[in-house]
Design a protein around this ligand. Structure first.
Ligand code: C5P
Length: 218
């Protein structure tokens, strides 16, 4: 039996996670935040103070990690790291860790296994191109970098972190560059993905637009 698969890709701050989470609730299907998985590996690597450019060290980190995800929590070796993976330090380093071939192949395997027996909506960078190339629907969300940085600033402030808009614009542009130009599974719109520019849309408008495609209204 073929299950419904919705792939949502796009750069940081394009609204993927918020939109995907909401759609998963409305459709009653499983949501998988694949970025959270790469963040968890990065957190572990930082905690163990390993060289993030060393493939052997990263391999060890991945192999000793037991990753568990529920609807709202993420656990590594039974420790709740839901908030710890969202710190600016993890965000600054995650693109380097996610370039690693072994890290990617292990994460993709886990993601594909999750999609095997249930309907899913996944968000990330390579869902439509690599993880779920035969997804029922593929969307590629984009937005102006300043707008994305503004969204991120609000998120960070709500969590009590200090940041400036200028620094966040720079960080977002750098992360886009690293994610888009890496050798393995770069951030790229799948040929058959529908591109949505969310710059001037509210979350609700993007959710409704995607749901219209899924319901065949559009
Ligand atoms: O989605 P989020 O911004 O939390 O992702 C964090 C990072 O994880 C991205 O900047 C990217 O380097 C990496 N990532 C990836 N492939 C995915 C999801 C995220 O390489 N499918």
């Amino acid at each position: 039996m073929a299950y419904l698969q919705i792939a949502i890709d796009g750069p940081a701050g394009s609204g993927k996670s918020t939109v995907a989470k909401e759609i998963s609730k409305r459709l009653g299907i499983t949501y998988l935040d694949t970025g959270a998985m790469y963040r968890a590996v990065t957190l572990e690597a930082l905690n163990h103070k390993v060289d993030l450019h060393n493939p052997e060290a990263l391999k060890k980190i991945v192999n000793q990690m037991d990753l568990n995800m529920t609807v709202s929590k993420l656990y590594v070796n039974n420790i709740d790291v839901t908030d710890a993976i969202r710190t600016p330090e993890v965000t600054r380093n995650v693109s380097v860790v996610s370039m690693d071939a072994y890290v990617r192949s292990e994460m993709v395997k886990m993601q594909q296994k999750i999609a095997l027996g249930q309907a899913v909506i996944m968000d990330g960078r390579d869902i439509g191109t690599v993880v779920l190339p035969n997804a029922t629907y593929k969307f590629f969300l984009v937005a102006d970098p300043t707008e994305r940085a503004k969204r991120r600033l609000l998120e960070l402030k709500a969590k009590g972190f200090e940041a400036t808009l200028e620094a966040l614009v720079e960080e977002i542009i750098l992360r886009d560059e690293l994610d888009s130009n890496r050798e393995i599974s770069p951030l790229k719109k799948a040929e058959d993905a529908i591109e949505v520019d969310t710059t001037s849309y509210t979350i609700e408008e993007v959710v409704v637009l995607i749901l219209d495609y899924v319901k065949g209204v559009r």
